[in-house]
Design a binder for this molecule. Sequence first.
Ligand code: ADP
Ligand code: MG
Length: 467
Amino acid sequence: VWNNCLEFIQDNIQPQAFKTWFEPIKPIKLSEGALSIQVPSKFFYEWLEEHYVKLLKVALTKELGNTAKLVYIIKMENTYGNKEPFTEQIPSTNRGQVSPQEMDVPIKSKNPELKNPFVIPGIRNIKIESQLNPSYNFDNFLEGDSNRLARSAGMAVANKPGGTSFNPLLVFGGVGLGKTHLAHAIGVEIKDKYPERTVLYISAEKFTQQYIESVKKNTRNDFIHFYQLIDVLIIDDVQFLSGKSGTQDVFFHIFNHLHQNGKQVILTSDKAPVDMQDIEQRLLSRFKWGLSAELQSPDFETRISILKNKLYRDGVEMSEEIIDYVAKHIKSNIRELEGAIISLIAQSSFNKKEVTLELAQEVVEKFVKNTKREVSIDYIQKVVSDYFEMDVATLQSKTRKRHIVQARQLAMFFAKKFTKASLASIGSQIGKRDHATVLHACKTVDNLAETDKQFRKYIDDLTKKFS
Ligand code: ADP
Ligand code: MG
């Protein structure tokens, strides 16, 4: 019966629409004139009911006569990453009766505090937490030569999201130069001007984790549909997607959908598109469709005004001489600039000392030294599993699948190379293995590095992330 319906439907709609909305449907059973079909998500069901209910009705009536009924079975998770999937049956509105309550069955979050953007509380009033930080706004994003273009492009986008040629808007620049701040500021401003629009801020890292999770739980379609509902999508640090072809692929589809529908996309990256590595060409070319604006290192004047503004907002006074000293010595990074001034304030109030030039010298010196990060075994496991698009639990698991074994061996190899931990301790931290396993892993990696070009590339890429 379903196949006949499909044929009829296929003849009556665009091939693309058929592929998207009808191919994923699974017929489940036919009893007493009611056909049950399984759809991948609630959103999917809603879409079918809204756009194709007449077509479905005609198709079904042709097959089963006038009393034909249709029941949707929705397979879903209560939240991403939690609990068992459950199914829900909803009769099509055109046939059975369905009460508003039934339509609005909330999908419960295990931990409502978390504000998980994936909790979709009923399809009638989808509410997506924007995950924006209101303290990152335009008012406290000070303007200077180093950020003027990016800042005003951001303002333009905030005034007319999706309505400028800056789509996507890509903000790029080195660490601590204000990419995340600016990205939030745009979102906050849009929420302020257009409260009804759905805005979502997410880091590329979290996006990747959610994607991996969705593949694991077989809810990839829900993942895609969720993102297609958004009016303004802000993805921070897209360089994180480099080398992650699965995530890039899914992002490509989401991007196209949003862009075609006039939705705004805002991206940040630590590199200009031309310098991005291991990002698919088709994605890079999309990134270049809109505007790429650089955040540069702030000049002296801007550094001074950022420092003064920070002190003013914290209600702290400090002599010009000291402000000058800090601004002269911390040049490349606004985060460090702020960090140094915060630690200076803290030191002086803790020791009840006046902020003297000596104290400033001490703090600045220490501060510049301390910003080098140490590599831990946890960090290594995280980086390696991110790189291979898996989670740490998978990396540590007992599986013998080749690509997982290789990832595990690489993690052991880097732990040996970049930490002072013993073989035994490395083994116990990477999935409870013994020192012989670690030794074997290091040898295997050394061998493969010589013989396997692809593997050599893994090592080189990862080495860069640790040094
Ligand atoms: P990135 O994401 O580029 O690494 P962030 O956006 O996290 O940098 O910025 C680092 C810190 O510097 C944040 O505390 C941010 O508020 C501050 N900052 C960056 N640019 C400015 C600016 N133009 N005016 C005021 N503060 C800024
Ligand atoms: Mg950032």
